[in-house]
Design a protein around this ligand. Structure first.
Ligand code: FES
Length: 165
């Protein structure tokens, strides 16, 4: 689970998801399409983005190579100085498997992994009626409670608009 869809609402909005030593760019490339790429410049391996933001194109700040939102390279500085064969097939950003469910954007670094839907079942079937995609973050409160965490979670995790006896 990399981010929520509403964190990247406009085309060009991106979220950089870092996990251990991996970094992935999650980016909205069309009103209803989100893609993900390894956050690695094909030139010398620098990271391309940090945090979240908005970009008309992705650009590596080290030597200025850049890519369209669809991951296709559109600029190699001093391209004529490179032997063509050196650049063949290695300029575009490397895609990461991405899918969405319930308003969350999921990535999987294994391109041969099972589908997200398959992975989420049977929980998905139980949770789909709750319209999780329509939920929005409203507030957060933290506290240190001297109890088993499951007791606290069960006591305070309840649906909105329902009274508790
Ligand atoms: S390392 Fe990215 S353009 Fe050189």
């Amino acid at each position: 689970m990399a981010c929520r869809e509403e964190e990247i609402p406009k085309v060009g909005d991106y979220y950089t998801y870092d996990i251990v030593d991996q970094s992935v760019i999650v980016i909205r490339v069309a009103p209803d399409e989100i893609k993900a790429y390894h956050n690695v410049c094909p030139h010398r391996g620098r990271t391309i983005t940090e945090g979240c933001g908005h970009a008309a194109r992705l650009m590596c700040r080290f030597h200025g190579w850049s890519w369209e939102l669809n991951g296709k390279n559109n600029r190699v500085v001093d391209r004529d100085e490179w032997p063509a064969a050196t650049l063949d097939g290695v300029l575009d950003l490397v895609p990461v498997k991405v899918d969405r469910w319930g308003g969350w954007v999921y990535i999987n670094l294994d391109p041969d992994s099972i589908s997200l839907e398959e992975h989420l079942e049977p929980a998905k079937a139980y949770l789909d009626p709750y319209d999780l995609g329509g939920l929005r973050y409203h507030w957060r409160k933290s506290a240190i409670i001297d109890c088993n965490w499951k007791v606290a979670l069960e006591a305070f995790n309840r649906p909105l608009n329902k009274s508790v006896a």
